[in-house]
Design a protein around this ligand. Structure first.
Ligand code: ADP
Length: 269
């Protein structure tokens, strides 16, 4: 079993990913696809007069400030537009895909963080009324039901909180939870970057291999922004029993097969 996550940030490409996963599907390889939608969410939120705001937690992780209105816009874009376009693309390639958000069938469930501690202009403050959280439980029975019936699951945030609210969760970490719950061998995180870079502005500084023990130092010394969350997700996947996590570019030819052959950064225990 393979779990592929494709980012929704700038610099991502979806068509090469759909070509590739469709070919793998037709060759008999079973997978679950997880996608993001952050760039499109920013556009729609701005157009709707509720522009995005990003906050940095005390521990140094960036996330989208998600009030209830943001949670609704986020759901419109991820579970509506982006998810259905991915399903449309797979249907056009002969794959009977079913698109679900984490809310559907309680696919992705976890606690909501009501208050988040953030740093703004060097000052610490607590933001309340936030609708974010982490995935602690995956409805793996629902995924198996779909897979065994021949459907290709296409998943995305949001998730559902233990108290039944829509919550924004990180897509990479959600994909890690799905991979661990399914007992997947490999998790491929496709993104706008060619993999983990030693220097963000230098594509020749790619780190080809990383051990679990080196993740901490990478987070501390050279991964910034959303790359930190990808490394956190990688560690969670490995700790959940996934053997390989590969971070690689989505805008490449056959990006999944290229990653499986060693492109990008391969992280192992
Ligand atoms: P997604 O692809 O999931 O939508 P992003 O594209 O926002 O997520 O996350 C990856 C981004 O992380 C890259 O585009 C890059 O700008 C940034 N980044 C920060 N530090 C690094 C690093 N050391 N190596 C590679 N990318 C990095």
């Amino acid at each position: 079993m393979l779990v592929v996550k494709v980012g929704g940030g700038e610099g991502n490409a979806i068509d090469p990913v759909l070509d590739d996963v469709a070919d793998l599907w037709h060759a008999g390889r079973r997978w679950v696809l997880v996608h993001g939608g952050s760039a499109r969410t920013n556009e729609v939120a701005t157009a709707l007069g509720h522009p995005p705001e990003f906050v940095t937690s005390v521990s140094g992780y960036t996330s989208r400030r998600t009030d209830r209105q943001t949670a609704i816009i986020f759901t419109m874009v991820y579970a509506g537009e982006v998810n259905k376009l991915v399903v449309e693309g797979l249907q056009a390639r002969g794959v009977n895909a079913v698109g679900l958000s984490g809310v559907d069938g309680r696919l992705l469930e976890g606690p909501r963080k009501r208050a988040i501690r953030v740093v703004r202009n060097g000052r610490r403050l607590v933001l309340r009324d936030d609708y974010t959280g982490t995935v602690e439980h995956v409805n793996v029975g629902l995924l198996r039901l779909l897979l065994e019936a021949g459907y290709a699951p296409v998943l995305c945030p949001p998730a559902i909180s233990t108290e039944h609210e829509i919550i924004n969760v990180d897509g990479d970490r959600a994909a890690a939870a799905v991979a661990a719950a399914l007992g997947a061998d490999t998790l491929v995180l496709l993104t706008g970057a060619p993999g983990l870079l030693r220097r963000t502005d230098d594509p020749n500084s790619l780190v080809p291999r990383l051990g679990r023990a080196d993740i901490e130092a990478a987070i501390e010394h050279y991964a910034r922004g959303r790359m930190r969350l990808k490394l956190l997700a990688a560690r969670e996947a490995l700790d959940g029993g996934v053997r390989h996590v590969i971070i690689a570019a989505s805008a490449a030819e056959r990006p999944v097969q290229a990653a499986l052959r060693g492109d990008g950064t391969t992280i192992t225990r």
